[in-house]
Design a protein. Structure first.
Length: 241
């Protein structure tokens, strides 16, 4: 994929828009300013996705960055929420893993992890992994930790990954999952309900036109972990006649 860079960096004006939106989270305030939101945040986020796709290709990172499919909508789903505020006060995008182990029999990517970008006045970050994975995939991770500890830790403790990120983490059980001993040497991993990594981004980074390259370098360092998670052997549920 080739083409001139389109991302010019997010702006302080864009961050201020999110601050103002948090103070005026209602349709009557947002609708007259929708074009401003699109200029300051929606269009730069789409441009980031365009340039990030180029950077992923240059580095051989098997994440998909698409200006139409990667960005999350600004509108909140309030159907079952107590908080009926209609708008998110951040912008974000996701980048699914499309490399080895990512396709179903129909050729469509499975929902098993990838990368994420989050921009907010309170703090911005990049990260990835498996957040709230389906039970069968989480069970596959636990089997790998238990039955293939050397292969698992070779991925999770890979030198380039650990140079940029803390160990994988996430919401965890208070007790060991059923079937595993309380004194298991990898108890911290077996208790995880999410298997994620992240890095906080500075204001200088998110305001920089170099953000696509910065993010691509981070995601490239996380490839061993994302590849490992994508390659987990998920057991299909039994189908009874």
């Amino acid at each position: 994929m080739n083409g001139a860079a389109t991302f010019k960096g997010f702006s302080r004006e864009g961050l201020q828009f999110l601050v103002d939106l948090a103070l005026n989270n209602e349709r009557a305030w947002f609708q007259p300013r929708k074009a401003e939101y699109e200029r300051l945040l929606k269009e730069p986020l789409e441009a980031l996705c365009v340039d990030l796709a180029v950077e992923f290709e240059r580095r051989g990172v098997a994440l998909r960055s698409d200006p139409k499919r990667s960005p999350f909508r600004i509108y909140r789903d309030v159907r079952f929420a107590k908080d009926k505020s209609p708008y998110k006060t951040h912008v974000a995008a996701s980048f699914p893993w499309v490399g080895h182990g990512s396709a179903t029999s129909a050729g469509e990517p499975e929902r098993h992890g990838g990368g994420h970008f989050h921009l907010s006045p309170e703090g911005s970050f990049m990260g990835g992994g498996m957040w709230h994975p389906e039970p069968a995939r989480l069970a596959a991770f636990r089997r790998a930790v238990d039955e293939q500890p050397e292969q698992t830790m070779a991925a999770l403790d890979e030198k380039g990954f650990r140079a940029r990120f803390e160990p994988v983490h996430g919401e965890a059980l208070k007790r060991m999952p059923q079937g595993y001993a309380a004194d298991h040497p990898r108890a911290d991993l077996l208790k995880l309900k999410d298997v994620t990594f992240d890095r906080e981004l500075s204001a200088q980074e998110v305001l920089s036109p170099s953000l696509p390259a910065i993010l691509a370098d981070d995601f490239a360092a996380a490839v061993p972990v994302m590849r490992f998670l994508a390659s987990l052997e998920v057991e299909e549920p039994a189908v009874w006649p």
